[in-house]
Design a binder for this molecule. Sequence first.
Ligand SMILES: [Zn+2]
Ligand SMILES: [Zn+2]
Length: 230
Amino acid sequence: MVYRWLKTGLDWLLPPVCRLCGDEGQPGRELCAGCERDLPWNRTCCARCAEPLPAARRGLLCGRCLRRPPVFDQALTPLRFEPPVSNLVHAFKFRGDLAAGRLLADLLADAAAERRPALLLPVPLHDRRLRSRGFNQALELARRLGRRLDIPVNTRILRRCRDTPPQHEMPARARRANVRGAFEMLEELPTPHVALVDDVLTTGNTAAELARLLKRAGAARVEVWAVARA
Ligand SMILES: [Zn+2]
Ligand SMILES: [Zn+2]
């Protein structure tokens, strides 16, 4: 309460500055309305996996989902992984810029406002990766999302038991094998409707592997929420 009051006071004294153009930001957000409008929004995308599609195919499925739908039920990725979004993600993930993370989480929270999963599950990082990075970007995003949307966040159910090379460093075919068996469940799932949270959705193989695990444990609906679609 005191924090919130102080925060409101500070926002009034020092209005947020837009991280992209330096103009005055919007209340509580380091982004001005113009720069927010100009972000690479992922509006025309596959209804299932959120892969960007040509504008004419809005609301349809991509070829891959038509042939073989993914294990997860739906992906929500409001932005495309292009500058300046990709720069913000890098600042957050590799330079520990937590303010960039908060901004990205808020953009994702806006897009997820109508969704009602009962639980948010950040994609876990292997202990070794966690030690070298110092924080799990997916957990930081999930925490802010949970607060904004009033959905609990659970970090105990899923564990990454195998450290795998980053997906983007691997050839496409090796990626699926790369994450197979990389995760385990340590606790029972308390609800059938969950959302996995990550920073960027790339091949969807990590999400699919986790969704497979969750469905085997009784999940009825697994959504995948990420800030951006690569
Ligand atoms: Zn701006
Ligand atoms: Zn698709």
